[in-house]
Design a protein around this ligand. Structure first.
Ligand SMILES: Cc1cc2nc3c(=O)[nH]c(=O)nc-3n(C[C@H](O)[C@H](O)[C@H](O)COP(=O)(O)O)c2cc1C
Length: 331
């Protein structure tokens, strides 16, 4: 019997297939289908800083107008009796998922500033989240902000969150750091138990008729997984934290490569939106076939065997790769 189990953020998982934040992890019905198909854990959709702050301001305005006792002001910013904030909905979802599912439930926070919103991590923990993913989706477009400032922002946010919670924290990162391996190491030193590599960058488009900038989201393709696989292979041996591969994991072979590179789990999103939650069972079966065919007894046995520290030709993962890639082109 091949053992697919793995460990991620200190959680013992049945296998390395973990749906990441998406509409599929928002509803109990689809979450149940994911679990039934073999998902080993799941990450809930993010609670966003903008939303928390907007709701806090709305509440402050309401309380202020009430204390003035001004009828018009009260009716201008009404807070209905059954008002349910976004945070409330997230807390209810965690409690609901925790009582209905057996797999670990990872909450997600998404923001960029070290303000009060980060306190909500405590409530997510109290609601029962097994771990927390912090997605810092920061676009460094201000020329006065140095790369040290940007990195400090990540470290500070992690530090602030750690003040509020004791469950494991993983950082969902972009690939765009000057020294990614160093950044991951510093996040580990600052208390992160894991990293999730990498966020996809959604590129806004330009409407040629209205000249408006408009949001744009295409689902990923398998090709995107190679960037993740390479970086995981490069940093696996340099750090001692959990690593999740995210972005472009569609085929069983993509997932197997990520595990060989040193990922502890692979996140799945686009592939499940395309094929439905049941597709997890297909991926799991295909991975089992591969392991059997290649005479592995467990995921643990193959994990990291093509990371830089174990690879037959580590330099192939680094700079020479550029020259070789160009030379490998055939018409
Ligand atoms: C419709 C949709 C909603 C998403 N919502 C979130 C979210 O709330 N928080 C988050 O961190 N990532 C979110 N993501 C990103 C995914 O979790 C995932 O990181 C990304 O799609 C890359 O993985 P994939 O190539 O498997 O799709 C979302 C993606 C999609 C397509």
């Amino acid at each position: 019997m091949i053992d697919l189990s793995t460990e991620y953020l200190g959680l013992k998982l049945d296998n390395p297939l973990v749906p990441s934040s998406s509409p599929l992890t928002a509803e109990l019905d689809s979450a149940k289908k994911l679990e039934d198909a073999g998902a080993a854990a799941l990450v809930l959709p993010s609670l966003f800083e903008e939303v928390i702050e907007q709701e806090q301001k709305q509440l402050e305005r309401f309380v202020h107008s009430q204390s003035l006792g001004h009828y018009e002001a009260q009716s201008y910013h009404p807070v209905p009796e059954d008002y349910n904030s976004e945070l409330d909905s997230h807390l209810e979802r965690i409690a609901q998922f925790k009582s209905a599912l057996d797999i670990p439930v990872i909450a997600s926070l998404n923001g960029i500033s070290s303000d009060g919103w980060i306190d909500s991590g405590r409530e997510l923990q109290q609601a029962g989240a097994d771990a927390l993913e912090l997605n810092v989706y920061y676009i460094a477009a201000d020329p006065d902000i140095s790369c040290q400032d940007v990195e400090q922002r990540y470290l500070q946010l992690l530090h602030d969150l750690r003040q509020h919670i004791s469950i494991p924290v993983t950082m969902k990162l972009s690939s765009q750091f000057s020294s990614l391996a160093n950044m991951v190491l510093r996040l580990q030193q600052a208390g992160a138990q894991g990293v999730s590599l990498f966020n996809r960058f959604y590129q806004p488009d330009i409407d040629l008729e209205t000249l408006q900038i408009k949001p744009h989201l295409d689902l990923s393709t398998s090709m995107e997984s190679l960037l993740r696989i390479r970086w995981i292979a490069l940093i696996r041996g340099c750090v001692d934290l959990s690593i999740a591969a995210t972005g472009g994991f569609h085929l069983p072979s993509d997932i197997i490569k990520a595990l060989l590179a040193g990922a502890d789990i692979t996140h799945l999103c686009s592939v499940l939106l395309n094929n439905g939650p049941e597709h997890i069972a297909v991926l799991k079966q295909q991975i089992l076939y591969w392991l059997e065919e290649h005479e592995y007894e467990s995921v643990a046995q193959m994990k990291g065997s093509v990371s830089r520290s174990c690879a037959i030709d580590p330099a192939a993962l680094e700079h020479c790769n550029y020259m070789n890639s160009i030379k490998s082109y055939r018409k």
